[in-house]
Structures are given as structure tokens and as C-alpha cells.
Ligand binder design. Structure first.
Ligand code: NI
Length: 170
């Protein structure tokens, strides 16, 4: 396993819709293992393939931060089959280090996906689990969390990042 380099905004791969996974081979298993390693090292609770420069429909998550093996989940070709309710909470993203703001998401989400062997499964998640699945699923469509806030807030965040880049602190 290896810790991969995390791609930061505004790299293009982050805003490019990803490709469906069709081969459930050793290369995919290695990618998933490396993504878990990278997520735990960051540390973070979710990581999508484009964030390590791979434009494929793959994300990993663990809302327990490594404490509960049942929450260590890799989702391949996920699709949201149901959403309900609302929650507003602070969100961050490993491609936006140090940047957090309030994002409204569904309170509950049911996501169907394939595992590394291609077997279908479903996660019915509430609160942080729902937020995490929806944030990571967005990444696979090339949608970043700055798109889930107001235009004003988005411009403030972008301006802050431009300043950080200019100062060499990004
Ligand atoms: Ni993210």
C-alpha cells in the first residue's frame, strides 16, 4: 500500500466527470487499498478517486476514522437511489485543506454501489454517513462542495485560495 498525493483545487481532474469502472481486477483493488491508506494518513473521512488524479467512479469512506471496521467502505460505480430530509453542517474536503463551511445536504441517503469484486451492495446512511456519501458521489460527477454553497460564499472561498496560491501557501 502507498500514500498517494492528494490533488488540490483548482486542478482540472477535480471538475471532470469520472468514468464507470468495468474491470474489477488487481489494479482496482490496489487503487482502493492505496486510497484508504491515503485517506487515513491525511486524515479524512472520505476520499474520491479524482482526488488522487484517477478519473474513475470510485470512492472510499470511514466516518469512524478507523475505529469501526464496519464503516470502512469502498464504493465503486455508486448511485444515489433515495434522499430525504435536510441537514446543515460544517464540511471540509481534502482537496481544500483548511477550508470549512456550512453545506446543506440530505439527512438520509441510500446509495447502491459495487464492491471491489463487482458485487452490488447498498448503504442506508444518516447524518455524517449521508453527508459523506453525497460529498464523495459529487466528486465522481466533477462537482465540488463549493458548488453546494451560495455564489457569494463560493467567491469568498475562491478569493482566499487565490491569495494562498499567490503566497505559496496552498
Ligand atoms: Ni472532497
Amino acid at each position: 500500500m502507498a500514500v498517494l498525493k492528494i490533488v488540490k483545487y483548482p486542478e482540472k481532474v477535480l471538475e471532470t466527470p469520472t468514468e464507470e469502472v468495468t474491470k474489477f481486477d488487481d489494479e482496482l483493488k490496489k487503487l482502493v487499498a492505496d486510497m484508504f491508506e491515503t485517506m487515513y494518513a491525511a486524515p479524512g473521512v472520505g476520499l474520491a478517486a479524482p482526488q488522487v488524479g484517477v478519473s474513475k467512479r470510485v470512492f472510499v469512506m470511514d466516518c469512524s476514522g478507523g475505529k469501526d471496521p464496519a464503516q470502512k467502505i469502498a464504493m465503486i460505480n455508486p448511485r444515489v437511489v433515495m434522499k430525504e430530509g435536510e441537514q446543515t453542517g460544517e464540511e471540509g474536503c481534502l482537496s481544500f485543506p483548511g477550508i470549512y463551511f456550512l453545506v446543506m445536504r440530505a439527512m438520509r441517503a441510500v446509495v447502491r454501489a459495487q464492491d471491489v469484486d463487482g458485487k452490488e451492495f447498498e448503504v442506508d446512511g444518516m447524518e455524517l454517513t449521508a453527508r459523506c456519501m453525497l460529498h464523495e458521489k459529487d466528486h465522481l460527477d466533477g462537482v465540488l462542495f463549493i458548488e453546494r454553497t451560495s455564489p457569494l460564499k463560493r467567491e469568498m472561498v475562491k478569493r482566499r485560495i487565490r491569495k494562498l496560491i499567490k503566497a505559496g501557501d496552498w
